[in-house]
Design a protein. Sequence first.
Length: 171
Amino acid sequence: MHNLWAPWRMDYIKRDRAGDGDCIFCVMPSCAASDEGDLVVFRSSHTYVALNKYPYSYGHVMVVPYAHVPSQEDLDMEALVDLVVQTNRSMRTLRQLANPSGFNIGANIGAAAGAGIAAHYHFHVVPRWDGDANFMTSVANTRMIPDTLDNLGQALKQIWNASFGDDGAQE
C-alpha cells in the first residue's frame, strides 16, 4: 500500500452534507464573497472559470455556464460564445503561468460518458506536458500535483486580470 498525502481532501470529508442535494455548480457562483474558497478564477456574464478541486493535472480548470442544463446543446448562443471565449482565455492564461505542451479540452455529457455532475454541463481545460504520464501514473496509478490549489488560483487570477482586466475584456 502506498500513501500519498492530500490534506486538501479533508475539507471534503468533513463537510456538512445536508446541502448535497444542491448543484455545486449552481451554488458556487452565488457565493460572491467566497471566490477564494471556491477557487473561482473569473466570472463573465454567462460563465465562470474555476479550478477543479480534484484535478487531473496542474492547472486543471472548468468553464461553467450559469445555466443549469445537462448539455451544451441546451445553452443559448450567447452562453455558447462566452463558453468558447472563456475557454480560450483559460488556455492563454495557463500558457503564461505554466507553459504546457498542449491541452485536453472537453466535456463528459451524461453519466454514461463519465460526467460526475451530469445535470450541469461544464467544460474541462486540462494542461498537458510532454512526458506527464510518467512512471507515477503508469506504475503507481497516482498523479502528482506540484502546488496547492490556493497558490494556483491566486497566480491564475493575477495573470487573468493582467491579460484581460477585471471585466474580461481583452486589452
